[in-house]
Design a protein around this ligand. Structure first.
Ligand code: GRF
Length: 219
């Protein structure tokens, strides 16, 4: 049985589309049940619909509080039988109660090798810090921003001529490969949250593949 996944977005939705593409494979252990954007104008909504995925906006500005917005999102997720949630460029902080209820069932992708460079403009933060390697991280969502237990990471070089834009583009390519691999691990329970840490149930070869993720391969 494929696990039913809801994707939360706020913008262009390229990571969302990477998950949608991966989930088309018959052997992929998850199916995308719905895409929800807190911004009605998010370009990702149209992309999802074109790909045949149910997509809707729940505009956070229509809600008086974080809790009432989260409740509307949760009602939609439950209505569609969603078991796992993937944040893909979702720019809202959730209430601690929502994050707690979905702990171990919500993933996020961030464009840095966490715990370095949390928050906004992570590629620029990496350049400013002068690091030679950066990358991306998929982690479980906790109430603290970009601080949840790490599921998978992929590294990319930082090149001398890089600007925030060129580095972000190189990281984004790695994100598109990493996110499906991480979702696959969680959907098959090969990555599980146990006592605040991620237990990974993969062999040496599979561990190696996490360093060099490839969306088409099985983990
Ligand atoms: C990605 O870089 C992701 O890591 C970050 O926001 C960006 C979203 O891009 N959380 P997209 O909407 O998936 O194209």
């Amino acid at each position: 049985m494929k696990r039913r996944v809801g994707i939360l977005i706020s913008g262009r939705g390229s990571n969302m589309m990477a998950l949608v593409a991966a989930a088309r494979a018959p052997e992929f252990p998850a199916a995308i049940a719905v895409v929800i954007s807190n911004r009605p104008a998010a370009p990702g909504l149209a992309l999802a619909r074109t790909a045949g995925i149910a997509a809707l906006a729940i505009d956070h500005r229509q809600f008086a509080s974080r809790e009432t917005f989260d409740a509307a999102v949760e009602a939609e997720l439950e209505r569609r039988g969603v078991e796992l949630v993937c944040h893909a460029g979702f720019m809202r902080i959730q209430s601690a109660a929502f994050a707690g209820r979905w702990l171990g069932r919500q993933l996020n992708i961030h464009p840095s090798l966490l715990p370095a460079f949390k928050g906004l403009a992570a590629p620029k933060q990496a350049l400013d810090a002068g690091v030679r390697i950066s990358g991306c991280t998929v982690h479980f969502v906790t109430p603290e921003l970009d601080a949840g237990p790490i599921i998978a990471q992929a590294a990319v070089p930082v090149l001398p001529a890089d600007t925030p834009e060129t580095l972000a583009a190189r990281i984004l390519t790695a994100e598109h490969r990493l996110y499906p691999v991480a979702l696959q691990l969680v959907a098959t329970a090969k990555a599980r949250l146990v006592a605040g840490k991620v237990v990974l149930d993969v062999g040496v070869d599979q561990g190696q593949r996490l360093l060099s993720p490839d969306a088409d391969g099985a983990c």
